[in-house]
Write a protein that binds this ligand. Structure first.
Ligand SMILES: C[S@@+](CC[C@H](N)C(=O)[O-])C[C@H]1O[C@@H](n2cnc3c(N)ncnc32)[C@H](O)[C@@H]1O
Length: 292
């Protein structure tokens, strides 16, 4: 393989969904700080899995045990279906692609308000999950208090609902991964010395307002961040390589004061439509280990 082919080949392993907080634009900066040699890999806030797919593409996960998890059981079901039944999933998605319109979107969205949701197979649930992810507003996964999906339809002209190549290559990358739905603190049950653990939790908010706290049941505030900090420290004691992305806030900065904190810069697309006036937003990558 020449360098260009190699680059194209490497690019193939990538997330098969959009995910809020996805790390795709930051991979180069992040990976510079990751260790190049480690034992097994753990990613307990998996989301779209951008970091996992990048490490896999670079061959850094060869012959290692890979533990991927997230608390979102619909998301994890989808990963397991991509891993085990990619062809059936692609067929279903092609079918959904043909039917896609506003009415079909809302009909599909409403299924989790009906009894029939419990009768769907794992493959049907994964099809619905990817279809909604590709066609909803900004790929935003949002559920109400009854855990019913409630993101409105997005305004895409031609959404890529059945992305065959990406799903097949993701399936290959996931072939040997152990994928489970569980809370992050269970990561510690499978870690051993020299393992690499990457934490990418929901970020500590830049402004904690009372309305934010009251209405955002998914908020990952002081208590949860402190619980995560304890796990970070335990893993450090176990001599794992621990990395943790979070917001550049006083709370996070102070919590991890004794650890090395790297600034990661990202373009903020929302602030200004004029590229030259866009500001860079800073976030943190905290690590438990010193330079190799
Ligand atoms: C910022 S996203 C991860 C983004 C991901 N790195 C990517 O590139 O797409 C945070 C993830 O944490 C998950 N999550 C939230 N609370 C959790 C918990 N207590 N345990 C495990 N996962 C959790 C959410 O479901 C979400 O997928």
């Amino acid at each position: 393989m020449n360098a260009r082919e190699n680059k194209l080949f490497m690019k193939k392993y990538q997330p098969f969904i959009k995910w809020v907080g996805g790390k795709r634009g930051l991979l180069k900066q992040l990976l510079e700080i990751f260790p190049k040699e480690f034992n097994n890999y753990h990613e307990p806030f998996l989301g779209g899995g951008a970091v996992f797919f990048e490490l896999y593409s670079k061959g850094l996960l060869k012959n290692k045990k890979i533990y991927l998890s997230d608390i979102n059981s619909e998301l994890i079901n989808t990963y397991n279906v991509v891993k085990k039944y990619p062809h059936k999933l692609i067929n279903n998605l092609e079918n959904f692609k043909e039917k896609h319109n506003k009415e079909f979107y809302y009909k599909t969205r409403e299924i989790d308000r009906k009894k029939e949701f419990n009768n769907l197979t794992k493959i049907q649930r994964a099809t619905r999950f990817i279809y909604l992810n590709k066609t909803c507003f900004n790929g935003l996964y949002r559920v109400n208090k009854k855990r019913q999906f409630n993101t409105p339809i997005g305004s895409y002209k031609n959404p890529n609902i059945a992305d065959k190549d990406v799903i097949l290559s993701a399936s290959k990358a996931l072939e040997n991964a152990i994928i489970s739905d569980k809370p992050f603190n269970e990561v510690i049950n499978n870690t051993t010395r020299n393992d690499l653990v990457y934490f990418d939790p929901p970020y500590y908010p830049l402004n904690v307002t009372s309305s934010f706290t009251a209405y955002n049941e998914n908020a990952f505030l002081d208590n949860k961040q402190e619980e995560l900090f304890k796990i970070f420290e335990e893993l450090h004691k176990q001599e794992c390589f621990v990395l943790h992305s979070n917001s550049d806030t006083e709370f996070i900065h102070n919590l991890y004061i004794k650890y090395q904190q790297h600034a990661i810069l990202m373009a903020n697309r929302n602030i200004n439509s004029d590229i030259t006036k866009r500001q860079k937003i800073k976030e943190l990558l905290i690590r438990s280990f010193k330079d190799e």
